[in-house]
Design a protein around this ligand. Structure first.
Ligand code: HEM
Length: 169
């Protein structure tokens, strides 16, 4: 009798543990990723477009910090002194690459096919101040797109990891 009770107890706890484990796995498999929470590719595109608009506005201010590093690209896209643009899709390519990069890092199905961050920013000599002003434009875009505080922190963790490859090369 004692043995039967013991066996029944063991069986019950095994079943209980087993069902707990599978529920946990199920929840993990269906939990929205950062990519989902940012609004998938469409939401990430809005965040990147906001960032680009903010950076563009900053480069048009009197004492712009970011104009120096962005001028070659802006000149290629806009043309200089009435000349035709030399590379009209350069900003569009940066936009699409950044969407892929953020989308992939956030756990989405996108794949970044652009240059490594070190290669992309080598020769620009991006300073720590320029990085922090760029970061502020990202913060403003995340805020205007209604991203939650914890998801903002997750995005900062992604970009802040790249700072060493972006700054000072
Ligand atoms: C972690 C922060 C940053 C990330 C994730 C990032 C991401 C990128 C990506 C994905 C590209 C395109 C690479 C390619 O075309 O293959 C790019 C290019 C570029 N980045 Fe950044 N960037 C960051 C910070 C900065 C900062 C702080 C500046 C300057 C203030 C900057 C200026 C530029 C410019 C001007 C280009 C365009 C290069 C060109 O087309 O000639 N980036 N960045």
């Amino acid at each position: 009798m004692k043995n039967t009770l013991l066996l029944a107890g063991l069986l019950a706890s095994t079943l209980l543990l087993g069902s707990c484990g599978s529920k946990e796995e199920e929840a993990q498999a269906t939990a929205p990723t950062l990519y989902d929470r940012l609004g998938k590719t469409e939401g990430i595109a809005k965040i990147v477009d906001g960032l680009i608009a903010n950076v563009g506005a900053e480069t048009a201010t009197a004492n712009s910090v970011m104009l120096r590093s962005h001028k070659p690209m802006l000149d290629a896209v806009n043309g200089v002194n009435g000349q035709a643009p030399t590379d009209p899709t350069r900003l569009q390519r940066l936009r699409n690459n950044f969407i892929d990069q953020l989308g992939e890092a956030a756990g989405g199905p996108l794949t970044y096919k652009g240059k490594s961050m070190l290669v992309a920013h080598t020769g620009m000599n991006v300073t720590a101040l320029e990085f922090s002003v760029w970061h502020k434009q990202l913060e403003a875009s995340l805020a205007s797109n209604g991203v939650t505080e914890s998801d903002k922190a997750a995005v900062y963790a992604i970009v802040d990891k790249m700072q060493g490859d972006v700054v000072g090369h």
